[in-house]
Design a binder for this molecule. Structure first.
Ligand SMILES: O=C(CO)[C@@H](O)[C@H](O)COP(=O)(O)O
Length: 227
């Protein structure tokens, strides 16, 4: 089971690079084995072109390294906090993809402006509050996870599978690592389209709530629309 998950995490990391969602060594994908309570994550600072099964880091839920000789991603504490809070997810992606990161750096959520957004995200893609000085000087990556969980409070994470971290970039998730990559890809497109929509019509209003429901329901069998 862990070997299969390693294959999935490697494939998802390589796909992230193939789709142009990451530059240099930025970003990372992880996956979780809920039975064994272990996560597998990209090693820190390693180019995507050099990734192998053996280079991946296996961590327990306290962040202790169980397998792998390389340093795990510096974002591992963020991933761990998210996995502990969102039990229904199996994979997490972090990127600095330019359009989504532009919104994150501007500390702005992305309102639902059209059907493409509504098929994947049920409402405004939220942006976290900024970390305070104590959080930045403390365990900043774990605090980033906490502020993500705080931002998604009361929201089904599979209905809002993305967040923008203020002054940083996007995190996305899904049932599998590859699902989280697909969401990162859609998020980047939605962020670009929304930016251009505002450029054309700065006073644009969000999509009608009935249209939001209808489009979201089309893609999510578990979602029961009120109309
Ligand atoms: O956002 C950050 C750093 O703030 C990271 O996503 C880096 O882009 C990659 O870090 P490593 O996974 O290589 O440690």
């Amino acid at each position: 089971m862990l070997e299969k998950l390693k294959e999935e995490v490697l494939a998802a990391n390589l796909e992230l690079a193939k789709r142009g969602l990451v530059n240099h060594t930025w970003g990372n994908v992880s996956g979780i084995d809920r039975e064994k309570e272990l996560i597998i994550i990209k090693p820190s600072g390693i180019p995507y072109s050099q990734l192998t099964i053996e280079s991946l880091s296996v961590l327990d839920m306290d962040g202790n390294q169980i397998e792998g000789n390389l340093k795990p991603s510096s974002d591992a504490p963020t991933h761990l906090v998210i996995y502990k809070a969102f039990k229904e997810i199996g994979g997490i992606v972090h990127t600095h993809s330019p359009w989504a990161t532009s919104w994150a750096q501007a500390c702005k959520g992305i309102p639902p402006l059209g059907a493409a957004h509504a098929e994947y995200f049920y409402g405004n893609i939220p942006c976290t509050r900024k970390l305070n000085e104590r959080e930045i000087k403390g365990q900043c990556e774990a605090e980033t996870g906490k502020v993500i969980v705080e931002t998604l409070s009361g929201i089904n994470p599979l209905h809002m599978p993305a967040v923008l971290v203020s002054n940083h970039g996007p995190f996305t998730w899904g049932k599998t690592p590859m699902d989280a990559v697909n969401i990162a890809d859609v998020l980047e497109a939605v962020a670009k389209i929304a930016y251009r929509t505002y450029a054309l019509t700065p006073a644009i209003r969000p999509i009608d709530s009935n249209l939001l429901e209808k489009n979201f329901a089309k893609m999510h069998e578990d979602f029961k629309p009120s109309i």
